[in-house]
Design a protein around this ligand. Structure first.
Ligand code: MG
Length: 460
């Protein structure tokens, strides 16, 4: 959600600053130097006007403007700044924990186009700020009651030079990739352009790069790693006889793989393949499909579903003491390393599995394809509340074979045969979304028709 959204923070006094992944918006629209300056002051005020804050950015054209403004705010309100310059988001999370800093800031708009930018804040342990922490920042931001320290207490800037080498070495210690695999890496000219190819080379892979020149205009492709934007990667993987293609988003906290036949992986299946290797308790979101449950069942593990959003996955990993967690978007968290999503480590992990158990096409094809469906039904804000309040009782009456009811984020019903349906109001648009997956087409149609009939009745 961008800053321009008119949603109130609950008090009804002002617009909401933080969306599902930090502050995000168009440059010189919602996101300005003035905003960054005051967010810097708000963060330093939240930290009681002292401590060290790590700051990094992705290669967007607005990065220097926002970095300078946010750093000025931090310094004026008493914090020191540990500058990383242009780095992938996971390096900010790692550096906060490694340098024992008090917070981290990444200036990025992740997968959004060049004209966007944003600010995401990180905790001491490398985990993103939770919604309740963001609410506190928002209160300080709008109150403008910032700490302004006296001249002798203004913070200092330190340039951190040696953290990349530590990060690379720690990542390489976590994986064991058989040498000689050919890997095509497409970082979208984003923040992963420098480090991702270097790390794969040092892991023993033969690396071909695509869109690996750092460029905030993202000239090669849009930074969102989806099938439409990865056509070149898919072609290059099959044309060069590579074993795997690895794509990142603009800040490299996400990863999507292309198999050796040049096909983009089904996101759920990719998550299932990696989750199965971890076993134990795995965290995913309510919109993730059936293949992850079946993969974990095959190794005696357990899947816990949480709200959509990587910070919710991170929080649940800590609460449940889980081994691994991820969203189907390719945002995966590796708690044996850091509580910040890491697209480079995600790429290394799938490549390690391919080197030992591949090819990737076979790993993907061994997982059954189940028919699925996504529908959206136009629905006003007021009607959304009415539908969500009443739909649970009506659906439970309609279906006799419900195995599980999950209301953590919308309503998710799992049936005895593993089929599932998620009814969830869109957070940003006037729609109710119905997402479902079932063992056969007939069942998909039956579940869909039943849900839509009930929603339409509630809307009439
Ligand atoms: Mg991202």
């Amino acid at each position: 959600m961008s800053v321009k959204s008119k949603k109130s923070n609950g008090s009804g006094k002002h617009e909401k600053l933080f969306g599902t992944s930090g502050i995000r918006g168009k440059i010189q629209g919602e996101v300005t130097a003035e905003l960054a300056l005051n967010v810097g002051k708000a963060i330093a005020t939240y930290l009681n006007g002292k401590g060290d804050v790590v700051v990094g950015y992705d290669p967007r054209t607005s990065n220097q403007m926002l970095e300078n403004a946010i750093c000025a705010g931090l310094l004026e309100s008493g914090c020191n700044v540990l500058k990383l310059k242009m780095v992938p988001t996971p390096l900010v999370g790692y550096a906060v924990a490694k340098l024992d800093a008090d917070a981290g800031i990444m200036i990025t708009a992740s997968h959004n186009p060049s004209e966007y930018n944003g600010i995401k804040v990180w905790n001491k342990n490398g985990m993103a700020y939770t919604p309740s922490q963001e609410e506190k920042l928002e209160e300080i931001y709008y109150s403008k009651e910032f700490i302004n320290v006296s001249w002798e207490n203004i913070g200092n800037i330190y340039f951190i030079e040696d953290i990349k080498e530590k990060y690379i070495n720690e990542l390489l210690n976590l994986v064991d990739i058989k040498p000689g695999l050919k890997v095509v890496i497409d970082p979208a000219s984003g923040a992963g352009s420098e480090l991702s190819p270097i790390i794969f080379r040092r892991a023993g892979c033969e690396v071909i790069t695509l869109n690996s020149q750092v460029d905030g205009f993202f000239p090669g492709r849009n930074p969102e790693p989806n099938e439409n934007n990865l056509k070149d990667l898919m072609k290059v993987v099959s044309a060069t006889g590579a074993n795997i293609g690895i794509a990142h988003d603009g800040d490299a906290d996400r990863m999507i793989a292309v198999d050796e036949q040049g096909r983009i992986s089904d996101f759920d299946k990719l998550l299932a393949i990696v989750s199965r290797e971890f076993g134990g308790k795995i965290i995913t979101t309510v919109d993730a499909g059936l293949s992850i449950d079946e993969a974990l069942e095959s190794v005696g593990g357990e899947v816990v579903r949480t709200k959509v959003g990587d910070v919710n996955v991170a929080e649940a990993i800590c609460e449940e003491n889980a081994t691994f967690g991820g969203e189907p978007s390719g945002t995966w968290l590796h708690p044996d390393f850091c509580m910040c999503p890491d697209g480079i480590l995600s790429g290394l992990r799938i490549t390690e599995i391919v080197s030992k158990k591949g090819p990737l096409s076979k790993l993907l094809d061994d997982i059954p394809n189940y028919p699925n469906l996504r529908e959206k039904i136009p629905c006003s804000k007021e009607d959304k509340l009415n539908v969500m309040e009443n739909i649970q009782g009506l659906l439970i009456k309609k279906f006799e074979d419900i195995a599980n009811v999950n209301t953590i984020d919308g309503l998710r019903l799992t049936f005895n045969d593993g089929s599932w349906v998620l009814v969830r109001p869109s957070g940003t648009e006037d729609y109710i979304r119905v997402t479902l997956e079932a063992k056969d087409q007939k069942r998909v149609e039956f579940i869909k028709d039943s849900c839509i009939e009930i929603i339409e009745k509630l809307l009439s």
